[in-house]
Write a protein that binds this ligand. Sequence first.
Ligand SMILES: [Zn+2]
Length: 291
Amino acid sequence: MLRRNHWRADYCPRCRICVETHDHLLTCTHQQCIDTFRSSIEKMEVWLYSQHTPPKLILDILQLLTNWKQGIETVISTRHSPPIQTQIHLGNRHLIEGRITKHFSAFMDEHYASILSKKSGKRWSAMFIQKIWTLIHKPQWENRNTFVHKLNEEAVKTRLRENLQQELTTMYLSNLKETLLHNDRHLYDRSLSELLQSPNAHLMAWNEEMRVALSERDRQFQPDQQHQAAFMHKWLDRSRDRPPRQHQKKKRRVSTRVRKRISLLHHRQLKRQHPIPHSSDEESQPKRRKR
Ligand SMILES: [Zn+2]
């Protein structure tokens, strides 16, 4: 819902405390989640008894599932059934996701043989994995969707108000009056309890104004931008003090001596090819340097 821009945050719609992940769907602390899980465990127990599962194994399985739900780590003990010990070593999470060890199948085969049943341990394992998904995961997902989508008119109004109050509380408590820009500090003029009792329109307006205030503050006081601006100011001041074109590379001086020599030779060659007639001998004499 967050990716599709339908929701502003990815909080769990039931408890509104944690981020809604796959695991949180089962571990949510909302009362509806707890009730649904309890109902699922009861149904699982009925199914396990219907499959003539040993009572010790039933207790261990249900205990392992409940512990995972409550966030309790189960330590391997000799009092556990053999397949449960292997499963704990593998990890409780694998059990709740339907990844069970092969020891369950072998253990149930032995048990069915001891009670002269024609049932198969492999079939028991396959059905158990299926029941984990249909009795535990599916009801939680359906409960969550019912909670979010199937609302009557009164529930829609209540949910809207709860969402607005939740958003306001989060923003009010996660910020401080002093951290806002001076013009936006009036948002903290009223206490949180007073604000929460306001009508929905006021809550909506406060939330929107606070979002704008936070973005404005972040825009002006972002540390990177401040550092960048300070550097640019410093650089500009330094470049003003510097004499013009000092930073440019000096042009390389090219000697014109060779070019002059070439033009002189060319001029002499032209003179030889087209000699100029002289009017007197005196002028034909080469000029001597004056001493
Ligand atoms: Zn939750």
